[in-house]
Design a protein around this ligand. Structure first.
Ligand SMILES: *[C@@H]1O[C@H](CO)[C@@H](O)[C@H](O)[C@H]1NC(C)=O
Ligand SMILES: *[C@@H]1O[C@H](CO)[C@@H](O)[C@H](O)[C@H]1NC(C)=O
Ligand SMILES: *[C@@H]1O[C@H](CO)[C@@H](O)[C@H](O)[C@H]1NC(C)=O
Ligand SMILES: *[C@@H]1O[C@H](CO)[C@@H](O)[C@H](O)[C@H]1NC(C)=O
Ligand SMILES: *[C@@H]1O[C@H](CO)[C@@H](O)[C@H](O)[C@H]1NC(C)=O
Ligand SMILES: *[C@@H]1O[C@H](CO)[C@@H](O)[C@H](O)[C@H]1NC(C)=O
Length: 501
């Protein structure tokens, strides 16, 4: 109950700060001069030490989009295409290899757009021999060569970051990765899926699917040999899946709330730090939520962090811990994330003693349809199966039908069901495995996740964003990511969660 007080307080402060900070931020952008003529060979730019957030040098002709240096975590730099009115980055050149915000870092165009630094050499390059760099009114950045018509040698649309704007082709060789590096969207032969990334070791990771949408083939059949699927956000208000040979008609349509509404100006989808895939439209002042792949918070993989318990709807809803002796703290999960975060129990000296067992009734896995299971006649058999298998982190048994599901990745959040016949068995690590102490995604997470630190704005606006969500009666989201990046905070600032009808 007392928990509400800071929220209420946060509200009044934030609404005020929100406007002030937005004005401040937009001024910063406008101060930097930028052209919309395109960059020619010989262009070069270095970061300006007085710029605190974004240094623009190229705009599209509408002024809606800008290419420039985005300051990340105060000291780092990403080359970004920003949606100017919301200061939302749509694309980053080098999310996993940020440059330093220092006057030795240089962006140049010599036919290739190149980010370099005298210490590290070339950090990123388009590897082209072009004549100009243009930013289109779709937010697509292109390197073109002269000619009639000019040819496109490289485009940012082919290297999406975490977002897809309308009419941007998403193919099976691409992936969208959430800003904290934990989740990704990819296409399969006849479906699109959301995957979580779990590190096995410092170099090896495992991708686990937790949401799958199969092409329904309502409007067109998938043609054998017709090439792989691709997806795009159609301006009619849906996320469509297409096949190259028959590209005019979608195989599948996931409708947005604005489906076939004509007054919608600009659509995008983004994979969020909580692992959801959200669609938005630009309503002229903010991004309004238009679509969610996963509608219920408790159906996300980790809304309450590791070893969390998510209770949907009504009274008592929200986050707690699977271990009823541990109190839930948002952002850190229920046990030390670093200790629990990755790998398995195999190949360790004293296998029996390196974990203890936690049991909880009335829980089930949100992704159980993707877990392997066997039918067994007792919960003891189910537990013993997991206990004997060093790659098993936990097992969930359903006394009603005898299904025994096993979880072979670090335990995330379980969803609470009122049903006491569903029981969970979970291994909890006693001590970190060897010296390797990295939680899932921290490697990528730290790098990508901190992609958009705009320090002051981030904090103020994050509270505003959370508050909107909070008032919608949803569960607080800040326990979701293991390395909650400021990117997410910035994101929630200009993204509203439209009231559901
Ligand atoms: C452009 O500069 C990069 C980095 O210095 C270099 O590797 C590349 O060969 C140059 N390209 C051309 C066409 O000169
Ligand atoms: C964007 O550019 C295309 C062609 O370059 C043009 O047809 C279209 O009207 C432009 N849209 C906006 C909103 O300016
Ligand atoms: C998207 O794919 C379609 C079908 O192959 C193609 O015609 C179109 O030019 C592509 N658009 C972009 C922006 O690459
Ligand atoms: C682009 O700019 C126009 C004119 O200022 C505005 O009406 C429109 O909403 C903008 N679109 C986006 C996506 O920002
Ligand atoms: C916590 O869980 C244990 C074991 O399931 C149970 O015996 C105990 O009553 C629970 N305590 C509370 C406060 O719910
Ligand atoms: C242990 O669990 C993994 C993952 O669930 C499974 O692939 C493997 O076959 C199991 N091993 C044994 C010996 O049952």
């Amino acid at each position: 109950m007392l928990g509400f007080i800071p929220w209420l307080f946060g509200h009044s402060v934030t609404e005020f700060q929100f406007k002030a900070l937005v004005v401040l931020f937009l001024q910063t952008i406008c101060v930097s001069s930028s052209s919309n003529e395109g960059l020619l060979r010989g262009f070069s730019a270095v970061p300006d030490s007085s710029v605190t957030s974004f240094q623009a040098f190229l705009s599209d002709h509408t002024g809606n989009f800008s290419l420039g240096f985005l300051r990340v975590d105060r000291t780092q730099l990403a080359l970004a295409v920003l949606h100017v009115p919301s200061s939302q980055p749509f694309w980053l050149a080098n999310p996993t290899r940020l440059a330093r915000w220092s006057d030795s870092t240089r962006l140049s165009f010599n036919g290739s757009l190149v980010i370099s630094d005298p210490h590290e050499g070339v950090l990123w390059s388009t590897g082209t021999t072009g004549d100009s760099v243009l930013l289109l009114n779709t937010s697509n950045l292109q390197v073109q060569s002269d000619g009639d018509p000019p040819s496109v040698l490289w485009q940012s649309f082919d290297f999406p970051t975490d977002s897809l704007v309308e009419n941007q082709n998403f193919t099976s060789s691409m992936s969208l990765v959430s800003s904290n590096g934990l989740y990704s969207l990819r296409l399969g032969d006849d479906f699109m899926g959301l995957y979580a990334n779990f590190l096995h070791s410092d170099s090896d990771s495992e991708q686990v699917i937790y949401w799958k949408h199969k092409a329904l083939e309502v409007k067109a059949q998938i043609v054998e040999g017709g090439g792989p699927l691709y997806a795009l956000v159609n301006t009619d208000g849906y996320l469509g899946m297409y096949q190259y040979q028959t590209s005019s008609k979608p195989m599948d349509v996931q409708k947005f709330d604005s489906f076939q509404r004509s007054n919608i100006s600009f659509l995008m989808v983004r994979i969020e730090p909580d692992g959801n895939l959200n669609g938005y439209y630009w309503d002229g002042s903010k991004w309004a939520l238009n679509y969610q792949a996963i509608a219920e918070t408790c159906e996300l993989l980790s809304p309450c962090g590791s070893y969390g318990l998510c209770k949907p709807g009504g009274s008592g809803s929200g986050c707690s811990c699977l271990d009823n002796r541990t109190s839930y703290q948002s952002g850190t999960g229920c046990f030390d994330e670093r200790q629990q975060g990755y790998g398995d129990f195999c190949g360790q000296a004293v296998a029996e003693n390196n974990y203890w067992v936690l049991r909880r009734k009335g829980v089930e896995a949100p992704d159980k349809e993707f877990l392997s299971y066997e039918t067994l006649s007792s919960v003891e058999q189910c537990e013993s199966l997991c206990e004997k298998n060093c790659s098993c982190w936990g097992a969930l048994y359903n006394n009603a039908n005898g299904f025994c599901y096993s979880v072979d990745y670090p335990i995330q959040t379980m969803s609470g069901t009122g049903d006491e016949s569903k029981v969970g068995f979970f291994k909890v690590r006693n001590s970190p495995p060897g010296k390797k102490k990295r939680s899932i995604g921290v490697v990528v997470g730290v790098v990508v996740g901190s992609v958009v630190l705009i320090a002051i704005i981030g904090i103020g606006l994050a509270i505003a964003g959370y508050l909107r969500w909070k008032t919608k009666g949803a569960i607080r989201q800040d326990g979701i990511s293991l390395s909650p990046g400021p990117y997410k905070n910035l994101g929630s600032s200009s993204f509203s969660y439209a009231e559901s009808k």
